[in-house]
Structure formats: C-alpha cells, structure tokens
Design a protein around this ligand. Structure first.
Ligand code: ATP
Length: 289
C-alpha cells in the first residue's frame, strides 16, 4: 500500500491540496419571484436550499397521447422512427430548507418523490431550474453508484478514492487499514471490485467516504445493501460525523435506519416538501399518509 501511494503521488507530481472551507453557490441565473423568506436560523447553517426547482429534460420521450399505445410503439420500432419530442420532468418543486452543523437529516418519500434528485442538487451535480442551493464547505455525495472503478482492486480504489476526496498521501496511509477493516472485505481488497458482491461494493464505498471528516455528507441508500452488523457500524460512523459538527443527509427506504440515525426527517411527496421535523412525528405521519 505504501508503494502504491508513493507511485500515485509521483504520477500526480504533487500532493493533492486539502480543500479549505468555501461557500459554494448554485443559483439559478433567473431567480424566482415571490420567494418565501427562510426561517430565522439558530447556529451556523451548512446548507440552505431556497425555493429549489429541478427539471429534467428527456429527449425522444413519448407524448401523452402515445402513452401505453402498443401499436404506435411497435410501428415506430419497425419503421425505426425516432421521437423528436422533448418532455420535461419537474422532479423537485419549490423545496426550501436550512441544515445546521451537527444535523443528520433523513429524507423519506415514495419512489419518484425527488429524494435522490434533491441530494444530487445539494451536491451541486444538477443545476437548479429555479431557486438556489448554498453550501458552506464541500458536499460529498455517497451513492450506490459512487465512482469507484470496477476493474481496479479494492486497494487501488481506496487510494484513488481518498485522493479524490482531497486527502494527502500521509492521511491515506494513516486511514488505509481502518478503511479495510471497517468495510469487512478482508482479503478481497487485493481483487478487482468486479469480483465483489453489491453489498461488499457498497460497504467499501461507505468505508472510503466516511474515512474523511465531511462538512456535508450526502448518503443515498448506501447502507441498504449492508448486513445488520455493518448497518450498526455505519450508524455509529454517522453519529461520529455529526459529533464532529458535520451535516449528514440520508436517503433510505428503511425507516428504522432513519429513525435511529437522524435528528430530523424531511418527507418529500411528488417533489414537494410535506413535512420537516422530529423523526418520530414525521415517520408516523408518513406511515399513515
Ligand atoms: N435522469 C433523469 N431523467 C429524467 N427524469 C428523471 C431522472 N432522474 C429521475 N427522474 C425523475 O424525477 C423524479 C424524481 O426521481 P428521484 O430519483 O429523485 O426520486 P426518488 O424519490 O429518489 O425515487 P426512489 O425512491 O425510487 O429512488 C421521478 O419522476 C423520476 O422519474
């Protein structure tokens, strides 16, 4: 591992810079009018989402008239006709929230309610159609599809992943054993990730991402594929991140994980915020609704 770190730092020519605190703004170029004022914050906010709208544009989508029409679909396939139409999917519709240091915020909602879209927007990966996202520090999105390379060994992915998060070679060396141990992949660390089960891959991703202290850590269903013991350790890790004054957003369908890990829950419904508050209250309302 020391050899690999050395090899990679030589390729890079210099140590990766450790990112300092910065304020990142992803505003819409044409802000919406009639914004509602945000609640007066107490403490230092880490994330402010202000009347955010996210719209996906899907090219070649079916028109409403074509929906479910098998004859049209078959004819188009046989004639190899494309679809010039453009369809818009309004995935997040005017969501506002303020997150603070030490917050662990669970996001619940039915399939397609906009949970992943909201996380990706906070991470700065999707431009707002309207409204804005302001973050203090660097948000890191940890998802089941986080960019690790399947053809590389676990070892190489750990080193590259840590560098990608801005850690120095010394920090990577210090954290390496802990990451392997936390992930529980044991001797598989020497094998390409393509040989891992989906659970092993997810565990390694979580172990890498949580090795660094994050200002804002966004977790999208990453804990779902772990076994019971791993989930317990992950929850412990999330608590540590909160205690070190970071902010965690967690999307998970397992409401028990959210209730045990988060101090606040947001319920999204069809792209809109339906509730924001105490985990027990929100989850109970969500279960009824
Ligand atoms: N890349 C995309 N292109 C077009 N539409 C998209 C895209 N990603 C998501 N959507 C649409 O945006 C809406 C919100 O999707 P999103 O994945 O954010 O929901 P979700 O609450 O995370 O769902 P799930 O619980 O199933 O993961 C859905 O209608 C979905 O079909």
């Amino acid at each position: 591992m020391a050899e690999l770190t050395k090899e990679l730092s030589q390729v890079k020519g210099e140590e990766p810079a450790v990112r300092g605190k910065d304020v990142r703004v992803h505003p819409n170029p044409e802000p919406t009018t009639g914004k509602r004022p945000l609640d007066a914050p107490t403490g230092t906010p880490t994330v402010i989402v202000d009347d955010l709208h996210i719209v996906y544009r899907v090219y070649g989508a079916a028109t409403d008239a074509e929906k479910g029409n098998a004859v049209n679909a078959l004819t188009r396939l046989l004639k190899r006709q494309g679809r010039p139409q453009m369809k818009e999917v309004h995935a997040v519709k005017g969501v506002s929230l303020v997150a603070y240091h030490g917050d662990a915020i669970g996001i619940v909602g039915r399939n397609g309610s906009g949970k992943s879209t909201l996380l990706r927007a906070i991470a700065g990966l999707l431009p707002p159609h309207a409204g804005a996202v302001y973050t203090d520090g660097q948000p890191s999105l940890l998802g089941v599809n986080a960019a690790l390379m399947r053809e590389l060994t676990g070892e190489r992915n750990i080193v590259l992943g840590c560098y990608a998060m801005g850690m120095t070679p010394a920090e990577v060396r210090e954290k390496y054993d802990e990451i392997v141990e936390f992930s529980g992949i044991d001797e598989f660390v020497q094998l390409p990730m393509s040989t891992y089960s989906s659970g092993m891959g997810a565990r390694l991703r979580f172990a890498i991402s949580s090795a660094k202290t994050h200002d804002v850590l966004l977790i999208d269903e990453a804990l779902a594929t772990g076994d019971r013991e791993f989930r317990k350790r992950s929850e412990q890790r999330i608590r540590q991140i909160r205690e070190s004054a970071g902010t965690v957003f967690l999307v998970a369908h397992d409401l028990k994980v959210i209730e045990e890990t988060c101090n606040r829950v947001i319920w999204l419904h069809k792209g809109k915020m339906r509730m924001d508050g105490d985990p027990k209250e929100v989850i109970s309302a969500y279960n009824k609704g």
